[in-house]
Design a protein around this ligand. Structure first.
Ligand code: DSN
Length: 478
């Protein structure tokens, strides 16, 4: 039996076992693989983890509780989880050059909440306990406790606005981060749509945040973290960088020097499943000063660690320490630039006029469409994207005026810059052919659209040719 046959047999056995208990889940699992194999996945926050990473998640580590930290658990029998968590944290520290790594967060939002908690504990709780002459919160009198709660609730956070490309957890009002902090958002320059560090500094001087958040989920440019740290230092803020989107580009040494957040930030958060290509999860990296506070993440903020996912993080981080991963990371950026150039050469408008990371933010107003219409029309043609606001979006956060494109997933399949030029042509062709459906009063609507079946079918055939040339999980026959 060849390796490919053995692998296929193993997955067939696994799916048969699932099928015997709940056939709908086995069928959905097969169908998901077919969908992922059969479409051009351009969602900037998605990727394809390796089969070793996926396999690591499907084990009995899922059955173990392990609240606490390595060697300091609230449950007995955690020696193997200790190994898993230690190895994952060791890889994270060494890969990113961080003093401290916490690999328990279940997602990026959980990582950010853990970081907020740790920063508040470090800068608000600890000084207050000393002032109140208490060792821990349980020793506080009722009135001291009320005072501490008021202090916790009166801290300031400044992060990038959602429509400039920031994330919900960077202080967006309806998000918990916009409710637990007094918040202000910084935007981008109205002309260039680029970060304006002088404007951020002026705003920070005025607002005096405890936490300055840098990082993004839809900004197609690199950030100078040395400058962000200067701003934080000038106003006495903690610099927290959310590198969820570009962690793979840091790991792959594409973002170095001022573009590498680790040497500049006090606390760095990330997911592990985006450009880093690991399992779905989060991490916090920090300077040693914050280690003890971040370590209290579970059980103070987080539920019990997902030991099977921590194990898969360790495997993914080991993969990210290879020269092949560095080649991959550079290809992600090269592919994004090829996609951007292909679109711009056809007259498309890109936010900031291009990209130098893994994201291309296409403003679709020039095609006469909303982001929602563009997203749906592209999906009809086998191209999976997500609609996204553009700066000062006239269509709001639901319909939007943009489509966010990203190259980590297709690059994992081996797509090259010339493939991306073809993908740009397909996207442009579909969006030119799609038209908004008119409303009863004869005006273009925001949701419905018309796209000829011929255009959708032709695009699907072109996409299938590229996808067949770069198979997902080659050798796995399911
Ligand atoms: N959902 C992630 C993204 O798509 O960027 C951020 O949370």
């Amino acid at each position: 039996m060849t390796d490919a046959q053995a692998l296929s047999a193993a997955y067939q056995t696994m799916l048969s076992a699932i099928e015997a208990v709940e056939p709908r889940i086995a069928a959905a699992t097969r169908s998901e693989l077919a969908d992922q194999r059969g479409s051009l996945k351009l969602i900037a926050s998605e990727n394809y983890a390796s089969l070793p990473v996926l396999a690591t998640m499907g084990t009995w580590f899922s059955d173990k509780y392990a609240e606490g930290t390595v060697g300091h658990r609230f449950y007995a029998g955690c020696q193997n989880v200790d190994t898993v968590e230690s190895v994952a944290a060791e890889h994270a520290r060494e890969l990113f050059g961080a003093e401290y790594a916490y690999v328990q967060p279940h997602s990026g939002i959980d990582a950010n909440l853990t970081a907020f908690w740790a920063i508040l504990a470090h800068h608000v709780e600890t000084p207050a306990l000393q002032e109140f002459d208490a060792k821990n919160v349980s020793e506080l009198s009722e009135s001291d406790w009320q005072t501490l709660r008021a202090r916790f609730g009166n801290q300031r956070l400044m992060g990038m606005s959602l429509d400039a490309g920031g994330h919900l957890t960077h202080g967006f009002r309806p998000n918990i981060s916009g409710k637990m902090f007094h918040q202000q958002s910084y935007g981008t320059d109205p002309e260039t749509q680029l970060l304006d560090y002088d404007a951020v500094l002026a705003q920070a001087r005025e607002f005096k945040p405890l936490i300055l958040v840098a990082g993004y989920s839809a900004y197609p440019r690199r950030v100078n973290f040395a400058k962000m740290r200067e701003i934080a230092d000038e106003v006495g803020a903690v610099l927290m960088v959310d590198m969820a989107h570009f962690a793979g580009l840091v790991a792959g040494k594409v973002f170095t020097g001022d573009e590498d957040p680790i040497p500049h930030a006090h606390v760095v958060t990330t997911t592990t499943h985006k450009s880093l290509r690991g399992p779905r999860g989060g991490m916090v990296l920090a300077t040693g000063d914050y280690a003890a506070d971040v370590d209290r993440g579970c059980p103070m903020v987080l539920g019990g660690p997902l030991s099977h996912v921590m194990a898969a993080k360790a495997v993914a981080l080991a993969e990210a320490r290879t020269p092949e991963f560095q080649t991959y990371a550079q290809a992600v950026v090269d592919n994004a630039q090829a996609l951007a150039e292909g679109l711009m050469s056809r007259g498309a408008t890109l936010v900031t006029g291009g990209t130098d990371n893994h994201i291309v933010l296409l403003d679709v107003t020039g095609y006469g469409l909303t982001g929602r219409q563009a997203e749906s029309a592209l999906l009809d043609a086998g191209i999976v994207t997500n609609r996204n606001s553009v700066p000062n979006d006239p269509n709001g956060a639901w319909y939007t005026s943009g489509v966010r494109l990203g190259t980590p997933a297709l690059t994992s399949r081996g797509f090259t810059t010339s493939d991306m030029a073809e993908v740009a042509s397909m996207i442009d062709g579909v969006l030119r052919a799609a038209t908004p459906t008119l409303t009863k009063d004869g005006k273009p609507g925001k949701a419905k659209y018309d796209l000829s079946a011929d255009v959708a079918d032709d695009t699907r055939s072109g996409a299938a040719r590229l996808l067949d040339a770069h198979p997902l999980y080659p050798g796995l026959e399911l």
